[in-house]
Design a protein around this ligand. Structure first.
Ligand SMILES: Cc1cc2nc3c(=O)[nH]c(=O)nc-3n(C[C@H](O)[C@H](O)[C@H](O)COP(=O)(O)OP(=O)(O)OC[C@H]3O[C@@H](n4cnc5c(N)ncnc54)[C@H](O)[C@@H]3O)c2cc1C
Length: 324
């Protein structure tokens, strides 16, 4: 085995997404087993800014693929090029965001490679890579090795801290977009209706405040001032989302976003295993719930048994007083 290729993820405006740095951490951990060099591929309509940022992470080279058809992500346009860039690599890795989870299985199929998705760890066993993967909503971990020469994996962002730049300046090598198949001709990017928010992105936020279904129509009335007081992103339980109190992209958990902020404040969330699967790696967990027996208290570092409609505004007012 030799060479690890990291697939970088860019935002719609061509900026490097912080999530990419978790894949670099994964790649650095795998490199001693795989051997060879770390390379990074970046795709987009304009990649210069992201490539320059990536050049400080100690990669042997940054492979930059620029094409107008890559301005917006579509798997059918990206997968053939990533597979072409992966020639000579034994491991291809991206972070397990929606982008990574959509793209990398297709890349694996093109390379005839086995795939380990959403890995929470990677280590060595008998000269092979040993992938650790969460199972049963994170209540158990499975370990697997893959038998193919080329392997493809995605790294769970909350389990791999963002890589720090290691200095130096990697050379940038241009690569032409690979020919696409018939599937790409049937796919057209129509538009992206992204939620615009001045708040930090849920996946990158240092502080997340999440609300449960008990907030009902008062979800935003209670949660927004708290989020503003601590500069937090807002999350929600699935029950709150399903009931229409919060939008779908707020959902934290097994079937939502996986987050690991410095501080996670759960407001009126019972602590079902599917919710905990998405936030249990948070550094400090605070729970506010009127039910002292709520399972969320079993994993909380700090718990407050209180009515959230009184406790949260009081906490918000106190935080505002202290932090302006
Ligand atoms: C396959 C599958 C996938 C799932 N994926 C997810 C997922 O990704 N994310 C997720 O969150 N869930 C997920 N769920 C749903 C999960 O099982 C729970 O139903 C959900 O998390 C419960 O949300 P909740 O805590 O808001 O609601 P509840 O469980 O109803 O809890 C509400 C809580 O609010 C408290 N409360 C009510 N009023 C007040 C008050 N005035 N003051 C203080 N506390 C109050 C109650 O004491 C209670 O603990 C999934 C379920 C399945 C089957």
């Amino acid at each position: 085995m030799a060479n690890v290729l990291v697939v970088a993820e860019l935002s719609e405006d061509g900026k490097l997404k912080k999530s990419t740095l978790s894949a670099i951490t994964f790649a650095r951990q795998a490199l001693p087993v795989v051997g060879g060099a770390l390379n990074i591929v970046v795709l987009g309509a304009s990649t210069a800014e992201a490539a320059a940022e990536l050049a400080g992470f100690g990669a042997a080279k940054i492979i930059a693929v620029e094409d107008p058809s890559l301005a917006h992500y579509t798997a059918e346009h990206y997968a053939p090029t990533v597979a072409a860039a992966a020639q000579g690599s034994s491991l291809v890795v991206a972070t397990a965001t929606s982008f990574g989870k959509d793209l990398l299985p297709r890349v694996a199929a093109r390379l005839g490679a086995a795939y380990a998705g959403d890995c929470s760890g990677v280590s060595a066993e008998g000269g092979k890579l040993l992938y650790k993967r969460p199972m049963f909503a994170g209540n158990a971990s499975g370990y697997c090795t893959l038998e193919t020469t080329v392997q493809v994996a995605t790294a769970r962002q909350s389990e791999f801290s963002p890589a720090e730049p290691s200095g130096g300046s990697s050379p940038v090598e241009k690569l032409a977009k690979a020919a696409v198949g018939a599937a790409a001709a049937r796919v057209e990017f129509v538009g992206l209706e992204a939620v615009k928010s001045a708040r930090p992105d849920l996946g990158d936020a240092k502080v997340v405040v999440s609300g449960g279904r008990g907030l009902k129509e008062k979800f935003f009335e209670v949660m927004e001032p708290l989020a503003d007081a601590v500069g937090a992103a807002i999350g929600a339980s699935r029950a709150a989302v399903d009931a229409g109190y919060a939008p779908g992209d707020f959902q934290v958990g097994q079937t939502g976003k996986i987050v690991a902020p410095q501080l996670y404040i759960a407001v009126g969330i019972s602590g079902a295993i599917q919710h905990i699967a998405g936030m249990k790696s948070s550094k400090v967990i605070v729970a506010i719930n009127k039910d002292a027996e709520a399972p969320i208290f079993q994993i909380a570092d700090y718990g407050l048994v209180a009515d959230m409609f009184q406790a949260v505004p009081a906490l918000t007012a106190e935080l505002k007083k202290r932090h302006g």
